[in-house]
Structures are given as structure tokens and as C-alpha cells.
Design a protein around this ligand. Sequence first.
Ligand SMILES: [Zn+2]
Length: 263
Amino acid sequence: MTHYLIDTHSHIYLDAFDKDRKDIVFNAHKAGVKKILLPNIDSTTIDDMMALCQKYPHHIFPMMGLHPTSVEDDFENELNTIERQLEQNKFYAVGEIGIDLYWDKTFIDEQIIAFERQIDMAIKHQLPIVIHARDSFDEIFEVLDRKHTHELKGVFHSFTGNLEQAQKIIKDYQFYLGINGIVTFKNSHLPEVLKNISIDNILLETDAPYLAPEPKRGRRNESSYMFYTARKVADIFGIDMKTISEKTTENAINLFNLPQHEN
Ligand SMILES: [Zn+2]
């Protein structure tokens, strides 16, 4: 296999991989997934995430942010930690950040404040943002319409919206759509949406350990499984694996300003 893919969203620093993390990294490389970007969740995940990146500095890259489901009463402290990390270490994006109204709406105001504050951090540090949107496109669009500048770049990770939302993301913000295993699910409407947009606007990701693609659906996801998602997206666009690899890798390198390929 000679693909060169980049998993732009993977949580392989979590406990779920404590027993076999080394194999996971090796499997990914063998399957052509040569680079992996790690999104942070909150102050409890930073150490494990950074340790993994330091172990594989040419293959695994950290992003820094406060996940919307971790926004609670103490979110000001959490944001200070994120800000301090951004001042002290090299990161490739501010993420994952955004608004999640699926699990709990208690902290919706705080979620919006935290999202805006982290957009400001991204602009200050000249980094792209990785957006987590769940039952919250309208709220997120509202923030972006208020905050967006032409220098703000980013991706809607785990995109599952409709065509209208996809087109707004691409036209109004010039953001990418992050596509993962959901696109392989039987009843997914995503293939129909993707047929109407360009491969130039797509990034591939796993969101491991969640959302494993068919035929691994329901299992713990890992970066090497991104191959199945890539194959499905190639089918949808009617292109071969070589082209999908080249295009999505180029998109990821551009957005995150990653170093070029090393073996
Ligand atoms: Zn995530």
C-alpha cells in the first residue's frame, strides 16, 4: 500500500488505547495513515496527549482547546490553562472547540463564551480551528458570522449536516468538512451531500475511538481504519485511492501547516 493519508482527528491518547497504543501507531503507518492530529478535550487530557506527540514528533501532532462538553462552572480556569498552553508549546490548531447541545444545554451561554474566546486565541496565534458541532449549527454560524475574519481558517470536524449547511461552511467561511466513518453507515445521507461539493473542501478523520467505519462499525475505532472511509469517499467522488489520498493530504497539510511527508 502506498497511500499517504492523514487522520486529522483522533483521540488515541485516551485510556481506551493504554494497552496497545504502540500497535495502533504502527498499524496506522502500515495502512498508509502517516500523520495523526490529536484534538485536546480539557485540562485532564493534556499530559497524555503531549506525551504521545513527543514520542512520535514526525507523525503525531497536538492541537489545543477546550471541548464544549467539558465547559462547566470552572470554564474560566480551563480557558486559562488552554491559553497558557498556546503560549508555551507548538500546536497545529485550536481544537476541539464549539457547541454541543445534544448531551446537555445547561451551559449553553458558557459554551458560546468559551467558543468565542478560543476563536480569539486562534486568531492571535494564527492557528486554524477545529469545530465540534452537535445539534448546534445555527448557534455556531451565529458566532462565526460575528467573529469570522478572512484570516480565520478551520474545519467542521465530523460533519453530518445537510447540503445547505455544507455550502454555507464552504462559501461563507472557506472552512473544510471533516469526514469520518459516519459516511460509510448504511442510512447516512452524507454521500448525497458530498456528491454536490468538491474534494477540495474535504478532510478525512477517524474520531477514534468513536465512530468506526463499516466493516468495523461498533468496535473501537483506530487510525488505520481510516482506509475504509477513504475508500468510501473515493467511491462517492468516482476517483481512485491515489487521488483521494493526494487531495485530502494536500488539504490537511495546507490547513494545519504540517511538515511535508517523512517516512
Ligand atoms: Zn473529537
